[in-house]
Design a protein around this ligand. Structure first.
Ligand SMILES: CCCCCCCCCC(=O)SCCNC(=O)CCNC(=O)[C@H](O)C(C)(C)COP(=O)(O)OP(=O)(O)OC[C@H]1O[C@@H](n2cnc3c(N)ncnc32)[C@H](O)[C@@H]1OP(=O)(O)O
Length: 233
């Protein structure tokens, strides 16, 4: 089976539909976790979702990397900005794993505004720590765009100073700290906007790689296996 990008004649329509569906899947996850439902409603949900999934598996594999390549050359403007890599977990508008971030560039810093919701709850009343770690990891990725370097996360350290509240707007603000050879050191903090409380701080070491490595990895990437007969399918 071949791996192809979204079809060009209708790619804007496809993109908008994917963004809408991504949002719907994310909202579903919060409604499903955060609300009671009858067995009849839950079973109906399973049938609808299983039916749509069964329609998708036989389709061609989809390449997500056209947008990834474009993203590498983009200069993020000052103020609020969006990006093209809709499938990117955490910040992707079409990703089921998106956090619905509002992104801003402030000088050479990146700030992501985010409100965590029901499906992000770990311990009662507070976010799962891994969600906070994923938030920092992804938002650090935009600093790489500011300093124009391609890099992978090598180390990520989070200090959780206070419970991360749900349903309250948070600001995740990150920046370049210093560089030592290929090691790029980034730092940032997460605060609650209404109170100004410090919730978490993060430090990361990203390891710079030749930008061509991304192109090579894309080219060498094997197609995904047939998942239609996996135990959960
Ligand atoms: C456009 C959209 C982009 C979306 C991106 C959003 C951001 C999200 C970022 C990610 O999630 S990336 C995915 C998670 N990370 C990985 O998958 C990385 C896995 N690790 C690797 O692929 C390799 O270990 C790596 C490329 C990072 C380094 O391997 P190399 O063989 O190129 O490095 P090498 O061993 O030659 O070491 C070079 C230097 O880096 C140091 N180093 C290597 N790995 C390190 C590490 N993991 N942590 C800290 N330092 C590390 C190493 O000690 C050395 O330091 P010195 O120069 O001082 O000697």
């Amino acid at each position: 089976m071949t791996e192809t990008a979204d079809p060009p004649p209708s790619s804007d329509d496809v993109r908008e539909s994917r963004q809408r569906a991504g949002r719907a899947i994310r909202d579903l996850s919060h409604a499903f976790i955060g609300r009671h439902a009858s067995v009849e409603q839950i079973d109906r949900l399973s049938e609808v979702l299983e039916g749509i999934t069964a329609e998708l598996w036989p389709q061609d594999h989809r390449s997500r990397f056209d947008a990834f390549d474009r993203e590498r050359d983009i200069d993020y403007p000052q103020g609020r900005f969006t990006h093209d890599f809709d499938d990117r977990p955490v910040s992707g508008t079409a990703s089921p794993y998106g956090l619905d971030l509002e992104l801003h560039r402030v000088g050479d810093e990146i700030e992501a505004l985010v409100t965590l919701r029901s499906a992000h709850e770990g311990a009662p009343g507070r976010s799962h720590g891994g969600v906070v770690a994923a938030l920092f990891d992804d938002v650090f990725g935009f600093v790489l765009g500011v300093i124009k370097q391609s890099a992978f996360t090598g180390e990520l350290t989070i200090r959780y100073h206070a419970a991360t509240p749900l349903f309250s707007e948070l600001a995740c603000r990150v920046r370049f700290d210093h560089q030592d050879g290929r090691k790029i050191y980034l730092v940032g903090e997460l605060t609650e906007r209404s109170s100004g409380n410090l919730i978490a701080t993060a430090k990361a070491t990203f390891i710079a790689v030749d930008p061509e490595m991304f192109a090579r990895l894309t080219a060498e990437r094997p197609p995904p296996p047939d998942e239609s007969s996996s135990p959960t399918a």
